[in-house]
Design a binder for this molecule. Structure first.
Ligand code: UDP
Ligand code: MG
Length: 139
């Protein structure tokens, strides 16, 4: 697998508003190639595992409840310098601080319900991609 991948989730808030088509268009028009994609409704336990790195944070219980509250779209994306480029495309975690024109500025409502996930390092991108997809499912 190329190291120029990142992993993303379209979160339940954006799915509930049926914004997934618009968000996918933003992503592909920014030059990301979809290498894997699936819709899945995480169990609470799966959401806890995915966000285990945050288990000590005060926002963890609310976050895992939210992330298991409805279906999401999980995907692996290819681009040169994918992790950093994708973080630039989605913007700050807090939509109030997200730069104009970013996905979170346009689609997120709160710091928790912030529309999309993006990996924070190439190592975590590989780990997160492997959490959702087998190597045979990544193109
Ligand atoms: N989050 C939250 N409250 C906070 C910070 C984060 O509910 O004060 C949620 C939010 O959905 C965020 C996720 O936890 O996307 C993971 O937090 P992280 O700091 O990794 O932000 P990200 O990498 O998603 O920008
Ligand atoms: Mg993060």
């Amino acid at each position: 697998m190329s190291s120029d991948i990142t992993f993303s989730i379209i979160k339940p808030d954006a799915m509930g508003r049926e914004d997934e088509g618009k968000i996918l268009t933003r992503i592909t028009e920014a030059g990301f190639r979809i290498a894997a994609l699936k819709m899945i409704h995480l169990t609470l336990q799966q959401a806890r595992e995915f966000y285990a790195v945050h288990h000590d944070k005060p926002f963890y219980p609310g976050l895992v409840e939210f992330m298991s509250s409805g279906p999401v779209i999980a995907m692996v994306l290819r681009h040169e310098n994918a992790v950093e480029e994708f973080r630039n495309l989605i913007g700050n975690t807090d939509p109030e601080k997200a730069e104009k024109g970013t996905i979170r500025a346009d689609f997120a409502t709160t710091i928790q319900r912030n529309a999309v996930h993006g990996s924070d390092s190439p190592e975590n991108a590989l780990r997160e991609a492997a959490f959702f997809f087998s190597s045979l499912e990544i193109f």
